[in-house]
Design a binder for this molecule. Structure first.
Ligand SMILES: *Cc1c(COP(=O)(O)O)cnc(C)c1O
Length: 394
């Protein structure tokens, strides 16, 4: 035994279980076609849903910011790291979500893992969906409050659990908070927001939605869950990312002025971390503007989702989704990995998702669509997926 043997054994175990992870190195911008190991592949795994990672006007805004501000920000937001571009981006995001104010974090992960412990103190209770993103789970763990996990998107289970805690919360003068992904990051399903908000309002709890995969994707103009359900302004804490549909990086929160001032003063991941570069702020701001100016990008994406689900169904794979994430269930980890490998050989870059991201034995392909995919590409992909699943079955 030496000091590395435990790590070696753990890695060996992961390999045996087909759970060992490695990176694929990409040699191009994040487009619907990418360059990988010298080949052109169709990208069906990216969160860059609206094709804004390599958009000319976004790149121009970033290039101008680079010329004007250089690269780094030199400090945290509360020291040297706030430029005019940071402020403009926050104003734009607040406008996009119809809120008084917004606050940008370095990543979506830093937002969730920082906000929950900042808001929920000892004695408080967080009600969290069992399939919430890892960053929410970490935020719950870091909070000194208690976390009560409810069954996935099961509003009866949520209300039962809230009702059981309500007398205690009231007696203790404690705060309760319900948190859920808006669009769940692996299955692509949408939170039952009307019920969640009704429960939050009935029991005086804060409501928080993570719109990482909802912003730019659902709702008639891509503003997310509230627009999808026609209930604008009803969620207390609207969290999102700049790293997905916006094609940049960073996380954000929109809400009341009080909420934002509180988070500025209390969130450790905001206070003790060097702020994002001005270049990134400029890119994200231009991307957010394009989302507002060009809703047809969102329409194209939503049209692609309907078309792709139809193609899957025609090929015997009846998996549906209303978001850009389409889960194609396989089950066995080894088969899922083999399917993904063979699709790569056929020119499709599509991720297999498995434990510990999702439950053991429920491995799947997670198809992620972009607004620039063509109908022919998607029809071809659906055919190839069905064929490869048949080839590898049994
Ligand atoms: C990706 C993701 C995050 C984290 O955002 P990053 O900007 O990538 O750190 C948070 N929540 C959900 C639901 C996500 O899918």
């Amino acid at each position: 035994m030496n000091k590395w043997s435990r790590m070696e054994q753990d890695l060996e175990l992961l390999k045996q279980q087909h759970l060992y992870r490695s990176m694929k190195v990409i040699d191009s911008p994040q487009n619907s076609h990418i360059r990988y190991e010298g080949r052109d592949l169709i990208m069906l795994a990216s969160n860059a849903y609206l094709d804004l990672c390599n958009e000319e006007r976004v790149k121009k805004a970033a290039a101008e910011a680079l010329a004007d501000y250089g690269t780094g920000s030199g400090g945290s937001r509360l020291t040297t790291g706030t430029t005019q571009l940071h402020m403009e981006l926050e104003e734009t995001l607040a406008r996009l979500k119809g809120r008084e104010a917004a606050l940008v974090f370095n990543t979506g992960f830093a937002a969730n893992s920082g906000i929950l412990p900042a808001i929920c103190r000892e004695g408080d209770v967080i009600f969290s969906d069992e399939l919430n993103h890892a960053s929410i789970i970490d935020g719950c763990r870091q909070s000194k409050g208690r976390t009560i996990v409810y069954r996935h998107n099961d509003m009866e289970d949520l209300e039962r659990k809230v009702r059981a805690e309500a007398p205690y919360l009231k007696a203790a003068g404690a705060q309760g908070l319900i948190v859920s992904d808006g669009v769940f990051s692996m299955d692509g399903d949408i939170v039952n927001l009307p019920e969640l908000v009704r429960i939050a309002d009935t029991y005086s709890l804060l409501s928080m939605i993570d719109e990482a995969h909802a912003t730019g994707v659902i709702g008639a103009t891509g503003r997310g869950c509230e627009e999808y359900y026609h209930m604008e302004g009803s969620v207390d804490i609207c969290m999102g990312t700049l790293s997905k549909a916006f094609g940049a990086e960073g996380g954000f929160v929109c809400g009341s002025r009080i909420l934002i001032e509180y988070l500025k003063n209390k969130t450790r991941s905001f206070i003790f971390s060097t702020s994002l570069a001005p270049v990134t702020m400029a890119a994200a701001k231009r991307a957010a503007e394009l989302l507002m100016e060009e809703p047809q990008r969102v329409e194209r994406l939503q049209d692609n989702v309907r078309w792709f689900c139809r193609c899957l169904k025609e090929n015997g794979l009846p998996f549906t989704s209303e978001t850009a994430i389409i889960p194609i269930r396989i089950g066995d980890e080894e088969q899922a990995m083999e399917v993904s490998r063979r699709l790569l050989d056929r020119g499709y870059f599509i991720s297999a998702i498995r434990y510990p991201t999702i439950k053991k034995g429920e491995a799947m392909l997670r198809a992620a669509l972009m607004s620039s995919h063509t109908r022919e590409e998607l029809a071809g992909a659906a055919r190839a997926i069905a064929e490869v699943i048949r080839e590898t079955a049994g």
